[in-house]
Design a protein around this ligand. Structure first.
Ligand code: ZN
Length: 356
């Protein structure tokens, strides 16, 4: 089975026989750091270590789609935010907001791709996609325009602008999406199979659906018109109310969380829009806290809803047990095998009704 070809087919909207299992959200887990010998924060800064830890997502955790980097602060950092480097068990985070006092002064530097850790991510992609590298689909992650704006201007200040001075907020988002476009095209040129934009602040629970439609959506449409390759959008939380808008933005796939209320509806309208759906096993309640049998149950529910890539619904906690991640592929294999036998007799029924 050629995983990269299958991944491309899924993102092209073609039907494939078996759903893939992978991750497009951050997945730096402690068990894999111990096994691979590549730990953060070194694996956040050194291409060889980042490649080693990412490889273990496939060679050890068995995932069929992998993602780098292990954080969502690379572009913010390149634009001047200072970060706390974190520790093995704590992801790095933005601690300063350089444009908080003067958001209108934000400009995207022409040498952006040479700044901060963007070259590290590009080199890691080249290492993983070289002829001697892993033959596994690789997704490169970028923080989305609203998250980037919140890093640069401070989350409270930026959300205030979306309400009181929406034109300024729009202007900032357009500059942020310019940075996302530059970064995405560099990652795609380095041979990433797709880029994923992760934009937690765009969640209806954070900025509200109206602000998303007026301020962020136009920038996401421009993003997809400006990049040369496949793109995925991840927005956290209960995104049902903005799914139709997201689908109008032109992404090849959407990555959704367990809080999405009506999975079958989301999959149905996404497929009618030629968009694949990725998700949505609970990262905290199931993958972090529970055991492989619970992973199996949730896998069957997602697969019965025709999800295209079975994946964590959001970024993984570092303490997530490896055995739970490994059981994701086992659950998919069991599901596919049982469905094959079951379908011959019960065409319209769900497998979960019989097995859980
Ligand atoms: Zn999320």
């Amino acid at each position: 089975m050629n995983l990269s070809k299958k991944f491309q087919d899924i993102l092209d909207g073609k039907k494939v026989d078996t759903p893939l299992v992978g991750t497009v959200t951050t997945a730096g887990i402690l068990d894999l750091m111990d096994i691979s010998g590549a730990s953060r924060p070194e694996a956040d800064n050194d291409p060889e270590k980042m490649a080693k830890l990412a490889s273990s997502l496939h060679t050890v955790a068995k995932l069929e789609v992998i993602r780098i980097p292990f954080d969502v602060t690379v572009v913010g950092e390149a634009l001047g935010c200072q970060t706390d480097p974190g520790t093995k068990a704590r992801t790095l985070s933005v601690i300063t907001h350089p444009f908080e006092a003067n958001p209108e002064e934000l400009e995207i530097p022409t040498d952006l791709v040479e700044r901060g850790r963007i070259p590290v991510v590009m080199e890691t992609i080249s290492l993983l996609k070289s002829d001697t590298g892993l033959q596994v689909p690789l997704v490169a992650g970028i923080e989305g325009p609203a998250d980037l704006a919140s890093y640069l201007c401070g989350i409270r200040s930026f959300l205030k602008l979306t309400v009181k001075k929406p034109e300024i907020a729009r202007n900032i988002i357009e500059k942020c999406i310019d940075a996302c476009i530059i970064c995405a095209n560099s990652y795609l040129r380095s041979s990433a199979d797709a880029v994923v934009i992760a934009d937690a602040l765009s969640s209806p629970e954070m900025m509200g659906p109206d602000a998303f439609r007026r301020i962020v959506k136009p920038s996401l449409i421009r993003f997809n018109k400006s990049i040369r390759g496949h793109s995925i959008l991840h927005i956290c939380g209960e995104t049902d109310s903005i799914i139709p808008d997201i689908l109008e933005c032109g992404f090849s796939a959407i990555s959704i969380e367990e809080n999405v209320k009506d999975l079958e509806y989301v999959v149905d309208i996404a497929h009618r829009n030629n968009t694949a759906v990725i998700g949505k096993i609970s990262t905290v309640d199931t993958l972090y806290r529970k055991v492989p049998e619970d992973v199996r149950k949730e896998a069957f529910q997602c697969l019965d809803a025709n999800i295209d890539i079975f994946a964590p619904g959001c970024g993984l906690a570092p303490e997530t047990p490896l055995k739970n991640i490994q059981s994701m592929v086992e659950a998919r294999d069991e599901y596919v095998e049982k469905r094959f036998r079951f379908k011959r007799y019960n065409d319209n029924k769900k497998l979960t009704d019989f097995l859980l």
